[in-house]
Ligand binder design. Structure first.
Ligand code: NCD
Length: 304
């Protein structure tokens, strides 16, 4: 039995197969409408979510399965003090697969240890978000037609942004990928990601505070929200929240075939005037999220 806790739990080959499976689902969704008949997905969300939870639920429904779960810790037994281990054991009696989001780093890993069904990490604190990364990889594969030979600019909150950490781990395995890390000094990529992923694998990267300077080089611009909920004080958040606002002027020096991505939700970091630019693909990206999650559910339930 497999779970997905860290994006590196899947090999590059397995990710290729998943992307190909998602492409097939996009081409012919009707063929998949009964694949999970009689199966249940439990969504255990201890933190807010729109896209991740609802795309998981829509994914399971479009596979003909059912969904149970909760969308806030307060409405679960966590509010009474139940441990993750016990919750995981119990949900294993009620469902066939779990998607869990939790504010504590490592919580889904604990759940996977005690569950007797597959567990999917749907975001753990400021740590990882592997299913967003699968979404991002499908987006890049479809929009750029390749996952190698790319210069990837990551902009915003690289410190707390879990989608950034997982995406760097995943992209570092493809050839000829370079990263441009664009953030204010206080929101730089954590040193463990730099050391264990970038330096260890000799991946070229550049750190800068200037989005304008980085722009002409980029094949992908991955914007992120400043993660208010992870800050220790509101003052720091208020000072840093509008560090980068992408607008039409800032795109002046960009490549014609740049793609602009964002895991969403956006707050202020992309001006809505950018939405009509053909290079903006964040809404398509959100749509791809459902299809890759359909492919993932099928993989983990070993349904072909
Ligand atoms: C991201 C997350 O939860 O980390 N959202 C998502 O799942 N699409 C990004 C964010 O909240 O900023």
């Amino acid at each position: 039995m497999r779970s997905l806790i860290d994006i590196l739990d899947f090999s590059v080959e397995e990710i290729d197969v998943l992307i190909a499976a998602a492409d097939k689902i996009i081409e012919n969704p009707a063929e998949y409408a009964e694949k999970c008949r009689g199966k249940k997905l439990a969504t255990l969300f201890y933190e807010p979510s729109t896209r991740t939870r609802l795309s998981f639920e829509a994914a399971m429904m479009e596979l003909g399965g059912n969904v149970i779960g909760f969308s806030e810790a307060a409405s679960s037994s966590a509010a009474k003090g139940e441990s993750i281990a016990d919750t995981a054991r119990i949900i294993s009696c009620y469902a066939d697969i779990i998607a869990m989001r939790h504010p504590k780093e490592g919580a889904p890993l604990i759940a996977a240890k005690y569950a007797s069904i597959p567990v999917i990490n749907a975001g753990d604190g400021g740590h990882n978000h592997p299913t967003q990364t699968l979404t991002d990889l499908l987006t890049i594969a479809r929009e750029k037609k390749r996952l190698s030979s790319l210069t990837v600019g990551l902009c915003g909150d690289l410190k707390f942004g879990r989608t950034v950490h997982s995406l760097i781990c995943a992209m570092a395995r493809y050839s000829d990928v370079k990263f441009v890390l664009i953030s204010p000094d206080e929101l730089k990529l954590p040193s463990y990601v730099k050391k264990d992923v970038l330096k260890k694998n000799n991946i070229p990267y550049l750190q800068t505070a200037s989005l304008e300077e980085a722009m002409p080089e980029l094949d992908i611009l991955y914007m992120t929200r400043v993660q208010r909920e992870r800050f220790f004080n509101e003052e720091d958040y208020l000072r840093l929240k509008d560090s980068y606002i992408l607008d039409k002027n800032k795109l002046a020096g960009a490549k014609d075939d740049l793609i602009i991505m964002h895991p969403l939700p956006r707050v202020n970091e992309i001006d809505p005037s950018v939405d009509d630019d053909p290079r903006a693909c964040y809404f398509r990206q959100a749509n791809y999220g459902k299809y890759i999650r359909m492919a993932l559910i099928l993989k983990l339930l070993e349904i072909s």
